[in-house]
Ligand binder design. Structure first.
Ligand SMILES: [Ca+2]
Length: 304
């Protein structure tokens, strides 16, 4: 990490669990609290989950995501009329047409964006959500009857725009036939980000004969379901996440915490960890002690 990045991270992560940068930067790093988890792990507890956490391979396909998925229509489309850009413009079909709230999928409707359709080996389209946003899912309406162009696309979410393939890859199309390509599709993408990018490319040797020769994007609408960080609720994002959620952030639809601040557990981290847990640390979901218990000391205290 360059000194400049170090300084930026240090400043951005002040406030620890109240800072989104802090939450992002500790992913995949062995921080002091991670070290504590390693030392305090019971010999009888399988290490799989701990290793996943340490390596940053945390699965988001948990009950919180399922709840979000079930309540998806209640989230807000935060992409509408936000600033959008794309690699090239085909005539008047600019990037903004994919966030104009019109979901008609014919080019004649003037509701679709369109990059140049000849000569490009890569194409991208991006929306800037203006601020860090907690996303549940992303819905794409592609131009009808053009699966040979849509096929092979990638969907990214990111906090920077230095390259179209920045950030986290949420989805990549690997359809093997034209009919397999889903032209109106929703992808679960439970991350915090500011930018959403759709990217496509064509190699000299196409992956499939039926692919278009060139990289083209014709996005009729891209809907991003979520809320600004720290907010949730019912299509309006007018509720504030619980202060007991780690980083003050929660599921944009349900308000359930992704993780709890230390010493709390439960869906909204509303419960306190049991007194007999070492340092009063426990698992977010069930409240079981994360480290060793100190049963005896507590019994004595209670007897007294
Ligand atoms: Ca549109």
């Amino acid at each position: 990490m360059a000194k400049e990045d170090c300084d930026q991270t240090e400043k951005g992560s002040r406030g620890q669990s109240n800072s989104v940068v802090w939450c992002e930067q500790r992913q995949g790093r062995i921080t002091s609290s991670n070290l504590g988890s390693v030392f305090n792990r019971k010999e009888t507890t399988p290490p799989d989950n701990l290793v996943k956490v340490l390596c940053g391979y945390i699965s988001f396909d948990n009950r919180f995501v399922k709840l979000g998925r079930d309540h998806e229509p209640a989230a807000r489309n935060v992409a509408v009329e936000k600033s959008a850009s794309q690699s090239t413009n085909h005539h008047q079909h600019g990037a903004d047409r994919a966030v104009d709230n019109c979901v008609t999928t014919t080019l004649e409707s003037n509701c679709c964006s369109h990059t140049d359709h000849k000569g490009s080996t890569t194409a991208w389209w991006r929306v800037d959500l203006d601020q860090l946003t907690t996303i549940n899912a992303i819905t794409i309406y592609y131009r009808a009857q053009y699966p040979h162009r849509f096929a092979g696309y990638q969907l990214y979410v990111s906090n920077s725009t230095s390259s179209p393939q920045d950030g986290v890859l949420c989805f990549e199309d690997i359809s093997t036939t034209r009919d397999e390509v889903q032209m109106v599709v929703t992808h679960q993408c439970p991350y915090v980000c500011q930018y959403v990018t759709v990217y496509n490319y064509r190699n000299n040797q196409k992956r499939h004969d039926w692919y278009d020769d060139y990289a083209v994007l014709e996005l009729c609408e891209v809907q991003v379901w979520g809320c600004p960080v720290g907010r949730y609720g019912d299509g309006k994002c007018d509720s504030v996440c619980s202060g007991n959620c780690l980083g003050g952030n929660c599921n944009a639809t349900t308000g359930d915490c992704f993780y709890c601040v230390p010493q709390q557990y439960g869906i909204k981290c509303e419960m306190e960890c049991p007194l007999n847990c070492l340092d009063r640390l426990c698992e977010n979901i069930d409240g079981n002690c994360s480290g060793k218990e100190r049963q005896i000391e507590v019994s004595v205290a209670l007897t007294d």
